[in-house]
Ligand binder design. Structure first.
Ligand SMILES: NC(=O)c1ccc[n+]([C@@H]2O[C@H](COP(=O)([O-])OP(=O)(O)OC[C@H]3O[C@@H](n4cnc5c(N)ncnc54)[C@H](OP(=O)(O)O)[C@@H]3O)[C@@H](O)[C@H]2O)c1
Length: 424
């Protein structure tokens, strides 16, 4: 077998990790022949003749078999990947945003060009979930896929809960360690795990759902009173991505969630990710591994490059065979919503309110709301409001009268205004 000649785009956290894994791997027949990067002034740890700033030097080189795309810009990445496939080169990428936003197009392009694009490193770093869904679960209906899909937010939440670190300090550490995206808002606002979830919807259920149709909230609105609520009730908080099938309908979302002490995701900490999967025949499965970082992600990329050496391709079996399953985000979730000013929140958007705590400094309500409303409502994205989901096993059957609540809220606001006046 001929050694694979690799043209690499990007030599940052993952690109350097890939370089190291290739140099330290066993039985891998391949080498990086050129690396395209952007910044001409950056010092490099490798000889300068290995680098280029001209993408054509790699994309048009007939001796290069495989393009590995590891840059941090989704638009530029799509251009690179498209040209590579059209030029007859297979591709490995770890760019979840680019893959999630263009999956339908990329599937089509693979069919037209006969070349493959693999992206295991894009979803949960080192956990081999895509190939597992494609190969092992190719014929088994999946009921549920759920988990911690983002290493940096899990790292931040671990530091906040276990070491009482404040949010900004924990985020800085996540950045320093290379777990956070170049733009960390993608992590902390829940976009990164949403891209991954959107990709898994295709491989687990055979449905392509554009990320903008999936509800996502992050951990950046969490307040100290929310942490107190969690501690008081024995919960931890994790950012959970989930897709659940009920008959032929699948709903999906990314939300911070209260996690009980005995939950199987409670002790998945730091940059670790976890995927729990429930299959019709196999029942529950749990996969845990490092979801970010130079070497773990580099290893996932190396595994994909190696798979290309035996002409491996995703077959998208469920995508082609399971036409009747469709996406529906009208499902209800039970959430806790905490706020300071009651006029900031719209209680009428709740299907039912089961509990409330009203106080001058910070109040909360607990109730059922449709995911589609969470996606569209403006108040949800107000940085002073935090929304946290309860697990499906938490039951809230009580139903408070909305009219009475509204009166209580008016009283609360009057009291707050009076207090503001006195303090001026
Ligand atoms: N970090 C992780 O743990 C992790 C985990 C899973 C997936 N990923 C994904 O892997 C990809 C790379 O992430 P990263 O953390 O390695 O990013 P990074 O450390 O910020 O590195 C980005 C690299 O891309 C290069 N680059 C940017 N735009 C370019 C362009 N137009 N042409 C050529 N090179 C360009 C940069 O060049 P310069 O060196 O010249 O600046 C740099 O080398 C992203 O899609 C990310 O979502 C990352």
């Amino acid at each position: 077998m001929r050694a694979i000649k690799i043209g690499l785009f990007g030599y940052g956290c993952v690109g350097q990790g890939l370089y190291q894994t290739i140099n330290n791997s066993k039985n891998f027949e391949g080498e990086i022949v050129k690396i395209c990067v952007k910044d001409r002034n950056k010092k490099r740890s490798l000889p300068t003749n290995l680098f280029t700033f001209n993408k054509e030097e790699i994309l048009e080189d007939p001796s290069i078999d495989v393009i590995v795309e590891l840059i941090d810009n989704a638009e530029a990445a799509l251009e690179i990947v498209t040209t590579a496939l059209k030029n007859g080169k297979s591709v490995v990428t770890a760019n979840k945003k680019m893959v999630a936003e263009n999956l339908e197009y990329l599937i089509d392009l693979q069919q037209k060009t006969g070349k493959a694009i693999l992206y295991e490193g894009a979803v949960c770093g080192s956990i081999p979930i895509i190939r597992t869904l494609e190969e092992y679960f190719g014929h088994e209906p999946i009921n549920e896929i759920k988990g911690i899909f983002n290493g940096s937010t899990n790292y931040i939440l671990t530091k906040i809960f276990q070491e009482k670190m404040d949010y900004d300090q924990a985020l800085e550490q996540a950045k320093e360690k290379g777990f956070a995206e170049s733009d960390p808002t993608l992590d902390v606002k829940g976009f990164d795990p949403k891209y991954k979830l959107s990709i898994l919807l295709t491989h687990a259920f055979g449905i392509n759902v554009s990320p903008d149709k999936i509800t996502n909230l992050g951990i950046d609105h969490l307040q100290s009173s929310d942490l107190e609520f969690a501690h008081k009730h024995g919960y931890g908080i994790k950012l959970i991505a989930q897709a659940i099938r009920k008959n032929d309908e699948v709903f999906a979302c990314v939300l911070p969630q209260f996690i009980k002490a005995d939950h199987n995701l409670r002790n998945v900490n730091n940059e670790f990710n976890a995927v729990t999967l429930n299959g019709e025949f196999c029942d529950d499965q749990l996969f845990i591994g490092k979801g970010a970082g130079s070497l773990p992600t580099g290893a996932a990329v190396l595994s994909d490059i190696s798979a290309l050496s035996y002409d491996y391709k995703y077959e998208y079996k469920k995508h082609y065979n399971q036409g009747k399953v469709h996406f529906n985000n009208d499902s209800e979730v039970t959430v806790y919503a905490s706020f300071q000013k009651p006029e900031d929140i719209d209680l009428n958007e709740f299907e039912q309110v089961s509990d409330k705590y009203f106080c001058f400094d910070r109040s909360y309500v607990i109730g059922k709301i449709k995911l589609s409303k969470l996606l569209r409502s403006k108040w949800v994205y107000n940085s002073k409001i935090s929304v946290i989901q309860f697990d499906q096993s938490d039951e809230f059957s009580n139903e408070l009268d909305l009219k009475t609540l509204e009166t209580e809220i008016l009283e609360l606001r009057k009291g707050q205004k009076l207090r503001e006046k006195i303090s001026v």
